[in-house]
Ligand binder design. Structure first.
Ligand code: SAH
Length: 249
C-alpha cells in the first residue's frame, strides 16, 4: 500500500513517484479532494492493466464511507496481492487521518510506503506569491486546524476550539495556516485574538485554490471575525494569518 499525496490539484504539482504509482498500481483509493485531472493520469501511457478506482471521499449526496470502511478496502485488496495507491490531497501526513490508516496497515502486517505531496498551504502561498516565512516578519510556521475530532463535536457545548489549544501567548513572529477553518469565523477570530494575535494582522482566505473557481479574500484578523463563512467562497477554504502575508499580485 502506498499512502501518497496528490498535491493541491494541478497535476503538474504531483511528484514523479506519485505519477508512476498512478500509472502502475492495481487499485486506486482517492479522497474527494483529489482532482479529476490527477486521476485521469491513471490511464497514462505507463499503464498495462486498467486500475480499479474506488473513490473513498465523503462527498455530499453520496453514501458516506467510514474510516473503517477505507481500512477494510485497503486490507482487502492488499491481502489479495494487489498494489494499492491510497491517494490523499496535498500531503498524506497533513490533516489526512494518516495515523489511523498507518495503524490499520501495521496491525494487519501489510507493507506500506509514504509518498509526500505538496500541501495546500504551500500551493496557496505560491499562487498568492506570498512568503510564509520572512526574515523580518515570521520565523515560525504553524499549521493548525479548527476542526474538531468527531468525538468532541457534541460534547463540549459545540464551541469551536483550535487544536491544539494554545498555551500562553501566540508568537507574534509566526505565520498561522488554518486548515478546515469551519464556518464560525467570528469565534475563530475571537480565540486567536485572545491568544494574542492583533486584530490588524493580515489575513487571507482562499477558496478552491488552484481551480478555476479560486477565490481570494484579503482582510485582517478583525475583519475575518466580522465575516460570514459564505463570504469567502465554497469549501475547501484555507486561512493564512500573519505579518509575512503580503499583498502579492
Ligand atoms: N492533506 C491535505 C489537507 C487535507 S484537510 C493537504 O496537505 O493539503 C482539507 C483541508 O485542506 C481543507 O479543509 C482546506 O483547508 C485545505 N485545502 C485542501 N485543498 C484546498 C484547496 N484547493 N483550496 C483551499 N484549501 C484547500
Amino acid at each position: 500500500v502506498y499512502l501518497a499525496g496528490a498535491g493541491p490539484g494541478d497535476p503538474e504539482l504531483l511528484t514523479l513517484r506519485a505519477l508512476r504509482l498512478l500509472e502502475s498500481c492495481d487499485v486506486i483509493l482517492p479522497d474527494d479532494l483529489v482532482s479529476d485531472e490527477v486521476l485521469a493520469l491513471a490511464d497514462g501511457p505507463g499503464r498495462v492493466r486498467p486500475a480499479i478506482v474506488v473513490p473513498v471521499g465523503k462527498r455530499c449526496g453520496q453514501p458516506r464511507i467510514t474510516q473503517a470502511g477505507i481500512h477494510e478496502l485497503m486490507l482487502l485488496h492488499a491481502g489479495a496481492g494487489r498494489s494499492v495507491l491510497r491517494l490523499k490531497s496535498g500531503d498524506p501526513l497533513v490533516f489526512g487521518r494518516a495515523s489511523e490508516e498507518i495503524a490499520a496497515l501495521t496491525e494487519a502486517g501489510i507493507r506500506f510506503e509514504i509518498v509526500p505531496g505538496i500541501t495546500a498551504a504551500f500551493a496557496v502561498a505560491a499562487a498568492l506569491k506570498t512568503p510564509l516565512t520572512d526574515r523580518g516578519a515570521a520565523s515560525k510556521l504553524i499549521f493548525a486546524t479548527a476542526h474538531h475530532a468527531a468525538a468532541k463535536e457534541g460534547a463540549g457545548g459545540g464551541g469551536l476550539e483550535l487544536t491544539p489549544k494554545w498555551e500562553g501567548a501566540f508568537p507574534r513572529d509566526a505565520t498561522l495556516v488554518v486548515y478546515m477553518p469551519g464556518r464560525r469565523f467570528g469565534m475563530l477570530a475571537e480565540e486567536l485574538r485572545a491568544a494574542g494575535i492583533a486584530g490588524e494582522t493580515p489575513c487571507v482566505a482562499v477558496s478552491k485554490a488552484s481551480t478555476r473557481e479560486e477565490r481570494v479574500t484579503r482582510t485582517t484578523l478583525a475583519g475575518l471575525g466580522g465575516m460570514e463563512a459564505e463570504a469567502v467562497g465554497e469549501a475547501p477554504v484555507i486561512l493564512m494569518i500573519g505579518w509575512a502575508i503580503r499583498a502579492g499580485s
